[in-house]
Design a protein around this ligand. Structure first.
Ligand code: DX5
Ligand code: ZN
Length: 232
């Protein structure tokens, strides 16, 4: 993976048809997804349960772009090698998941993956101040994690602050939760370059009607064009 700040859309397969992940992943990639976002939940750190390493390994066979795995689990460290073995390109852990996020990020990189650190809505940007040299991505949650389809929480001030803190470092700012054509320009203007979107990409489409996924992604890209010009 090479680094650049071009806009990337990372559809969350949490909004896909759970009986048809292979075809869903191929459909979103064919329709222009830049990354594939996989939401891992443990029923403990967040009140929902999703994918263990064997499921993620099965998804990998269909991903030709970047598999971006968002861990909403605690603890993280015992599972890092399993998600590396499952084929994650980026592994993101929450700063709130335990006292040793510094060690966790080191371990993610040591396992050969890019390391991401995620912040819940109530956590300030400063929580990652001493982690930036260990991170390849900061994920700003704009919903409380656990479910797709929730209402966007406006945290543009936090995104702006992170953008300043990051400076010239090659670190992506990802925004996750409630991103759609209305909210995307706000977060891009504040400094985000990777947009996770679940319901806004999958809404109205299916593997049989996958052009809807393409149209939904284009609607987000077109909505952020003026904001991209402002930040360029
Ligand atoms: C929330 C997940 C998100 C979620 C996004 O816990 O981390 O990735 O699926 O879904 P939407 O775009 O529907 O808010
Ligand atoms: Zn996510």
């Amino acid at each position: 993976m090479t680094f650049d700040r071009s806009l990337k859309i990372a559809p969350s397969i949490l909004s896909a048809d759970f009986a048809d992940f292979g075809r869903e992943i191929r459909a979103i990639e064919a329709e222009g997804a830049d990354w594939v976002h996989v939401d891992v939940m443990d029923g403990h750190f967040v009140p929902n349960l999703t994918f263990g390493p064997p499921a993620v390994k099965a998804f990998r066979k269909h991903v030709t772009t970047v598999m971006d795995v968002h861990l909403m689990i605690a603890p993280v460290d015992p599972y890092i090698d399993a998600y590396a073995e499952a084929g994650a390109d980026i592994l993101t852990a929450h700063v709130e998941a335990g006292p040793h996020i510094h060690r966790t990020l080191q371990a993610i990189r040591a396992a050969g993956m890019k390391a991401g650190v995620a912040l819940n809505p109530g956590t300030p940007a400063e929580a990652v101040a001493h982690l930036l040299d260990l991170a390849d991505l900061v994920c700003v949650m704009t919903v409380n994690p656990g479910f797709g389809g929730q209402k966007f929480i406006d945290l543009t001030g936090k995104i702006r602050r992170l953008r300043e803190m990051i400076g010239d470092r090659p670190i992506h700012i990802q925004v996750d939760g409630g991103v759609d054509p209305v909210t995307a320009p706000l977060v891009v203007e504040a400094g985000a370059d990777v947009l996770v979107a679940g319901s806004a990409v999958f809404r109205g489409g299916s593997v049989e009607k996958s052009t809807v996924y393409g149209a939904n992604m284009r609607a987000i890209r077109e909505a952020v064009l003026p904001a991209r010009q402002m930040t360029a």
